[in-house]
Design a protein around this ligand. Sequence first.
Ligand code: PEP
Length: 261
Amino acid sequence: MARDKKLIVANWKMNMGVHESSLYLHELSRMIQPRRDVEVVLAPETLALQTLSVQINHRQFKLAAQNFYWRDHGAFTGEVSATMLRGIVQYGLVGHSERRNIFHESDKDIRAKVQAAIRNNIKPILCIGETASERAWGETLDVINDQLIGGLANITSEELEDVTIAYEPVWAIGSGQNALPYDVTIAARGIRSQIKHLYGAKAAENIAILYGGSVTAESAADYLAIPDVDGLLVGGASLDAHIFSEIVDKAHSKSTVVKKG
Ligand code: PEP
């Protein structure tokens, strides 16, 4: 993902079935114009992906899987693989804190999923971030470093070009308690510095970094103004078409200001 575009990702989580998702996409299509400087990615529940991929204007929206299994085929009852999502989605969330904490996904699972996504032409959005207690202990940057090492092991510099990092402090997700822009600035700098350490200066400069955690239409612009932040991962606020389209508008006006400045 080139950094000349803002990336706004809507994580609908386990809300809205196929029919409702389809109606909601219709509503969003009328409210959000295709923009060259903003990529809008929608992550509905898995069953809705196929329907939305047919319905969607691909210049207007891209699709992301919220989850997938890392093996391509086989005796894994109940799972959907990245191979099965290939051609339907362009992005895949990996390592979301709800997957790490509720479903006990380990760094080993997460790096296997990053690799599976890349193997199947799906751009992984690797989610990382500290818990409230890790934050209280001043361990934020250590957690970020460890999760980057854990999630990106075996990923080459060339493959890294398709990876986006989402900084999502666990305590800020779905809590209404969003991180201060200052803290996001420090975290995003920390991410670039660890990427530099792992892959060199060019990779660190090029990698796209998102912020996620209780983003609202009011707070979006503050995060988008941070030079190291290239977009947003939006959960709750993406379920309201007016609020979500306002967030996308903020990303558009932010890119316009950057270009003119
Ligand atoms: C998320 O699900 O990644 C997220 C950031 O959720 P919320 O915006 O609701 O905090």
